[in-house]
Each structure stands twice: as C-alpha cells, then as structure tokens.
Design a protein around this ligand. Structure first.
Ligand code: FAD
Length: 285
C-alpha cells in the first residue's frame, strides 16, 4: 500500500521530512540518516523542493534514490511558483516512470530578491488541479495553522485551504508549538464541511538561531513560555533536550486530540527524531 491516503485510513501515520542536500558531505549525512530512520519503519518520508524550483533535479534524485535503495515510501514536494505547465507535466511523467505515488502540491515562495519568475501558476490550487487531473497521484497540500503570512485574513485563508482539500487527499501543516492551533484549524475546516486528514508538522528545536530564523520565515509564533525556557539555558545540548521534550509533548497532545499521525521535520539528522519516537513509543524504536 503506497498511497499515503490509504495508510491514513488504516492507521495513524509516522512520517519524516528531509531536504535535498547540496554538497557531497551533506549527501553522505542524509544517506546515514535515512539508513538510521528506516529502522523506525515510517509510513512515508517527504522530500522538499528548492524555492522557485532552483534545485528541482535534487528533489527528484533523492526521491528516486529512496525508491530504489530503501524500503521507504517517498512523497515528493512540488512548488508551482515560476513553473510552466510543460515543466510540471514533464516532472509528473518522470515521477510516474520511477513509481512515485505521492505528491505534496505547494505554492512556493518568491526568491529572496523578490523577483517572481514568469510561470503558468499563481496558487497551489492551480498546481493541485493539474496533479489531480493527471490521475496518477495521491496528493497532499500545505496548511498553515497560524494563517499563511500572505493571507488577507483568517477566514480567506481557511476558505482557500478548504477549496484545496475539496480536491486533495490530505494536508500537512506548517510547524507550530501549541496544540490549540491544530485543534482550531480542524474545527474551522469542519465548519466549512471539510473532514480530510490534517497531518501536523512538528519541528524539533535544534538550536536557538535556527528556530528564530525558521519562525520568522514561516509566520509561526514562538510562544513566550517557549522562548523563556530557551532563554533560561545557554548550553546547546540543553537547548536540544528542551526541543525534544517540547516536540514529544506536542506530539502526545496532538495524538490525544485525534491527529491522524505525526510528521517530524528531521532536518536530515536522525538523533532528535529517533529520541522523540522512542519517547512516544512510535515506529519500531
Ligand atoms: P497557496 O495555497 O497558494 O497559498 C498561498 C497564499 O495564497 C495563502 O495566503 C492563501 O490563503 C492564498 N491563496 C490561495 N489561493 C488563493 C486564491 N485563489 N485567491 C487568493 N488568495 C489565495 N516551500 C518550498 O519552496 N519547498 C517545499 O518543499 C515546501 N514544503 C512545504 C511543506 C509544508 C508542509 C508547508 C506547510 C510549507 C512548505 N513550503 C515549501 C512553503 C510553502 O511553499 C509556502 O508556505 C508558500 O508561501 C505557500 O504555499 P501554499 O502551498 O500554502 O500556497
């Protein structure tokens, strides 16, 4: 059973997210990480896509390697900003050829210089329509529990997400730190008549600088209770331990609240994810 939606119907899923490495050393690290995490038997792993499609071949290479060399089920992220329909059609043909069954259809962000390259798509929903029309893939979309930074307001954010979920099979969320964000999102979707699975994305904090950068980029709030805890320690190992404890507690609360599984941002390292899975008694850890 390779389609994620089918796995979600059968059980609560465990999944990990990786990004395509840019250097040979980083490739070796990812290989080691994937080898270590394969032992946990996740339901799938997802591979991100470079902003603006800048390193699109790297995503395809990692997805292909995972299919050929491991027992893991890959989900390929695909962003549409700056892409033509021809680009997307040829990528989908290639994914079908190598046996990929799961795609996360995303809008993407403008590059740092603010210049949006010409393309045929404006929103993730446009890409989603093309991926769904190809008829070959189980398709997920992004959800933003704390509302996407470019949304006009909360209500329109939820309406656009509900529209995406009327076509897609499931959503994966941006990371967040309070379980109430996920509960409120799911309630708001239910009010719009949407009951598809919304898989929470959980980010284990590795270090202070990194989490500050990521919260700024994503529009995720770093709650005061958490920033106070992080500010109270200096030792990097202590920060990492807080990150694992917070992620474990959040995952527990989410599962108690009825989440369809947990999606852990591994950041291409095995240690934090393994410790969280051991704490949660998830996977075969
Ligand atoms: P959209 O659904 O297009 O939404 C973007 C904004 O437009 C929102 O404010 C939405 O409310 C609004 N909107 C949507 N439809 C309409 C409409 N019809 N009219 C008016 N407004 C509309 N980025 C990468 O570059 N690579 C990745 O691999 C990647 N993976 C991600 C994985 C997850 C789980 C998440 C949550 C995000 C990921 N991102 C990735 C980031 C993502 O590309 C950005 O957050 C992007 O800004 C929005 O993507 P989206 O799919 O939500 O876009």
């Amino acid at each position: 059973m390779a389609r994620i939606a089918a796995r979600m119907e059968a059980k609560r899923t465990l999944s990990f997210e990786f990004f395509p490495p840019k250097t040979t050393a980083a490739q070796l690290t990812l290989g080691r990480t994937v080898g270590a995490l394969e032992a946990l038997e996740p339901d799938f792993v997802s591979i991100t896509y470079g902003a603006g499609g800048s390193d699109r071949h790297r995503t395809g290479d990692v997805v292909n390697w995972i299919r050929k060399e491991t027992s893991l089920e890959p989900m390929a992220h695909l962003t549409c900003m700056g892409h033509t329909r021809t680009d997307v059609a040829s990528l989908l043909v290639e994914y079908r050829r190598i046996g990929v069954e799961n795609i996360l259809a995303l809008g993407g962000d403008p590059p740092a210089d603010g210049h949006i390259p010409a393309g045929d798509y404006q929103y993730a929903s446009d890409l989603l329509a093309d991926v769904a029309a190809s008829g070959s893939f189980c398709v997920g979309v992004a959800a933003h529990p704390e509302v996407h930074p470019r949304s006009l307001d909360r209500a329109s954010d939820r309406r656009h997400l509900a529209d995406k979920l009327s076509v897609a099979d499931f959503a994966v969320t941006q990371f967040f730190f309070d379980v109430e964000h996920w509960i409120r999102l799911v309630d708001e979707l239910a009010d719009l008549g949407v009951h598809k699975p919304v898989l929470p994305g959980i980010m284990p904090i590795g270090n202070k600088q990194q989490i500050l950068r990521m919260t700024q980029m994503s529009g995720t709030a770093l709650p005061t209770w958490l920033s106070d805890r992080l500010d109270s320690v200096d030792d990097p190992e202590h920060v990492r331990q807080i990150g694992i404890e917070v992620a474990t507690q959040l995952a527990n609360d989410l599962l108690d609240a009825g989440a369809p599984g947990v999606h852990l941002y591994a950041l291409n390292r095995p240690e934090a994810v393994t410790e969280i899975c051991v704490n949660l008694n998830l996977g075969t850890a």
